[in-house]
Design a protein around this ligand. Structure first.
Ligand code: PMP
Length: 329
């Protein structure tokens, strides 16, 4: 079945809901669902690429593991384990008519229509699981990958681990991200970088951040208030393979201005160079050499033109009924 067009976007015709496939138009929630009122959801963002060997989801298992982790933190139990989410994703894509897409698994607290509950206490509300897919282009624009983007440091502080754990990819975290993003857009920037509650660099509204300084690759550690990004992890593997020295350490705001190179990583943003911060030019204002090198390897791996570092298995091919296959191995 072919995907349907909504504006300029192709949408997967079915949505997976609690183990069944429903029509896109029927995948709706009640306005009094717990999630609508209190933000109780966890989710993922995953990409399926059209590779040289057919359509393949990039690091599906790792994303679904993070989904399970996020759900565990918020005590959202479903009867679907990591593999069930992976299998459902492959089946959904295989029947969608889309050869590349963005994948949005979502676990949320709904509404028990027989015995409704409208308070903050989440336990009486049912936990529902969904997966939707659609075709999504380059998140920060096609030319951003080459020319880089202009960003600002946000006046908003990133959520802190003892109030909203950044380790969970929870829908409610993105209220903080929205403040950061809106401020950036209204200020004429593409994206904002948030500092944590101690004033150190954390991440963008939907991306991890990397600096290059004197040939070293520097990024905030996982212990900082950041999402443990899967693209971040891919970049670290690629950098190690290229023999680049990696430093995971706290970064001061001013170090952003003095970096030789700066880039964002994320499933949506992929690897996007940053050409200025607070209107201060980064390096010579162009994509740096190390950024270009890492980007090149990253896209080669994504498109299955070469194996992942250490022979790891980073692709789930759609035609393989969900079995992971190691590229080139
Ligand atoms: N930080 C935040 C806040 C994000 O929303 C994302 C996107 N999921 C990332 C980092 C990057 O994570 P990943 O590389 O796993 O997409």
């Amino acid at each position: 079945m072919a995907g349907k067009d909504v504006a300029t976007m192709k949408i997967g015709p079915k949505v997976w809901k609690n183990g069944e496939f429903v029509n896109w138009d029927d995948a709706r929630v009640h306005v009094m669902s717990h999630v609508v009122n209190y933000g109780s959801s966890v989710f993922e963002g995953i990409r399926c690429y059209k590779t040289t060997q057919g359509s393949a989801v990039f690091r599906l298992t790792e994303h679904m593991q993070r989904l399970q982790n996020s759900a565990k933190i918020y005590r959202m139990e479903t009867k679907f384990d990591r593999q069930a989410f992976c299998d459902a994703t492959v089946e959904l894509i295989a029947g969608s008519g889309l050869d590349e897409c963005y994948i949005r698994p979502l676990i949320m607290r709904g509404l028990n229509e027989e015995k409704p509950s409208f308070g903050v206490n989440p336990f009486p509300s049912p936990v529902d699981a969904y997966i939707a897919i659609w075709q999504w282009g380059k998140y920060l624009g096609e030319e951003a990958l080459e020319n880089g983007i202009d960003v600002c440091v946000s006046s908003w502080t990133r959520i802190t681990s003892n109030s909203m754990p950044a380790m969970a990819k929870a829908g409610a975290n993105y209220m903080n991200s929205q403040l950061i993003k809106m401020e950036a857009i209204l200020g004429g920037f593409s994206e904002g970088i948030a500092l944590d509650d101690r004033g150190m660099v954390s991440e963008g509204s939907g991306e991890n951040i990397f600096l290059v300084n004197n040939g070293k690759l520097i990024t905030p550690p996982l212990g900082a208030s950041i999402l443990p990004g899967i693209t971040r992890d891919s970049v670290l593997h690629i950098a190690r393979e290229l023999g680049i020295e990696i430093v995971e350490s706290q970064i001061q705001r001013a170090a952003l201005y003095l970096a030789d190179e700066l880039f964002f990583t994320g499933t949506a943003a992929e690897i996007t160079p940053i050409r200025s911060v607070d209107r201060i030019t980064v390096g010579d204002g162009k994509r740096g050499e190390m950024t270009r090198m890492i980007q090149e390897e990253f896209f080669k791996i994504i498109l299955a033109e070469r194996p992942a570092p250490l022979g790891a298995s980073w692709h789930t091919f759609i035609h393989d009924t969900g079995e992971k296959k190691t590229v080139g191995a």
